[in-house]
Design a protein around this ligand. Structure first.
Ligand code: HEM
Length: 401
């Protein structure tokens, strides 16, 4: 296992086989090609996210060239204070009152654009656009510039998958960053002068220990939100439709009883989390199942594997929306029974927003499509190692009359 090639066809085709091997024989192993330590058991992954010995400095190489220092890289007091600025916008009353109507409008508009066709690409025409539009609206940015935000976001997202460090991909992402910053600089000036009730105004007018956030930090924050919320929710939705189509009995259960929607979403996030690998760096040596990790080591937390840990989930490789081990009431609050949103201090700020987006989108799409199947009966391949998702999602469907 210490030489396993994560980029091989074999691994990418079926990482789940390797997850089983890790659980059974290599709960901790040193991975020579990436000079990192790999953990995969639920208990160890959860602990790695919660224990401050495992720091999030690892994000620096990916995030800093594009967005500077953002919340995900921060630790301690600075992290907590920065996080607190935005938490209210992503919770409870504000989420329900300000954001839910935007989410509903956006889902309805995208479905209306299917416009009488019987084949649509659910990724290109829905899942890939919908979450970006929601964040653009939350930030109070002009909807007519969605194509720009979408292009910039796509360049950033490509850089994050650029583990082979291809210069051209970095150059494209840096050019997108420059365009984004030029655009945002003007908007931020306006918003500082005349704040409204949107999320960008909240950030522009906030102060941490009496000090306002710099323009640079605000731009980084907006870019990282586009990215963190766009890519993951896109992939979560696409994965969910793939899972439902591959498990028609489960789709039928959901169609019969809509109250199962939250369970179905949570099970899909367990079974196919958008993020499969997240890195940490140890600040001192630490014991986990199977051995000890030294100080200053890079640790790969296998979220995708943790969600398939048989000591936590019965028949973990089965997609089962009635599964009793998951509780949709706690899965989005940090007391999560699944690993998909992380745990502890960096637990996904947008988990409840993501859940709401998925509820609205899945319900609206299932209402619209009386029947649907993979177009040409082609099951889209699931691809990716850091994040996993269907490479396309071409659907043939009959609209409800
Ligand atoms: C953090 C997953 C949606 C914003 C995280 C982390 C995970 C995650 C695993 C923890 C990363 C770490 O600890 O290193 C997901 C999934 C989503 C989703 C699976 C959708 C299904 C969103 C949305 C937003 C968002 C919609 C906001 C628009 C963030 C932010 C952080 C974060 C800002 C960093 C929090 C911190 O450092 O304290 N997310 N996310 N995410 N997520 Fe999400």
């Amino acid at each position: 296992m210490h030489n396993i090639n994560f980029f091989s066809e074999d691994y990418q085709e079926n990482p789940y086989y390797y997850y089983q091997q890790m659980h059974a024989h290599y709960p901790l192993f040193y991975h020579e090609p990436t000079d990192s330590y790999v953990i995969s058991l639920f208990e160890d992954v959860e602990r790695a996210f919660k224990d401050p010995i495992f720091t999030s400095q690892n994000y620096s190489w990916q995030v800093e060239p594009l967005h500077g220092v953002v919340m995900i890289q921060m630790e301690g007091r600075e992290h907590a204070k920065t996080r607190n600025v935005v938490v209210p916008s992503f919770r409870g009353k504000e989420l329900m009152e300000q954001t839910l109507p935007l989410i509903k409008q956006n889902a309805a508009a995208l479905i209306a654009a299917f416009n009488g066709r019987d084949v649509v690409d659910l990724r290109n025409e829905f899942t890939n656009v919908f979450p970006i539009k929601v964040i653009v609206d939350m930030l109070g940015l002009p909807g007519e510039d969605l194509h720009l935000f979408h292009r910039w976001y796509s360049c950033f997202a490509r850089h994050f998958e650029n583990i082979a460090n291809i210069q051209e991909i970095l150059d494209i992402a840096l050019a997108a960053r420059d365009e984004f910053r030029l655009y945002m600089s003007k908007v931020i000036d306006e918003r500082m002068e005349q704040p409204g009730t949107d999320l960008l105004s909240v950030v522009c007018t906030s102060a941490i220990d009496g000090v306002e956030m710099t323009k640079d930090r605000i731009m980084g924050f907006c870019a990282s939100l586009l990215q963190a919320g766009g890519e993951t929710t896109d992939k979560a939705l696409a994965n969910m439709f793939r899972n439902l189509l591959l498990n028609p009995d489960q789709l039928a259960l959901l169609r019969q009883d809509k109250s199962l929607l939250d369970r179905a979403i949570t099970e899909s996030l367990r079974y196919s989390p958008p993020a499969h690998m997240i890195y940490r760096v140890t600040s001192e040596k630490v014991k986990v199942t199977g051995g000890e990790i030294p100080a200053n080591a890079t640790v790969v937390c296998m979220l995708g594997a943790a969600n398939r840990d048989a000591s936590k989930f019965e028949n973990p490789d089965e997609f089962n929306i009635l599964r009793k081990e998951i509780d949709p009431k706690t899965a989005y609050s940090g007391a999560s029974g699944i690993s998909s949103f992380g745990f502890g201090r960096h637990f996904c700020v947008g988990a409840q927003l993501a859940k709401m987006e998925m509820q609205v989108a899945v319900e609206a799409l299932l209402d619209h499509m009386a029947e649907f199947e993979f177009a040409d009966n082609k099951v889209p391949r699931e691809i990716g190692i850091f994040t996993r998702y269907p490479e396309n999602m071409s659907i043939r469907y009959k609209a409800r009359q």
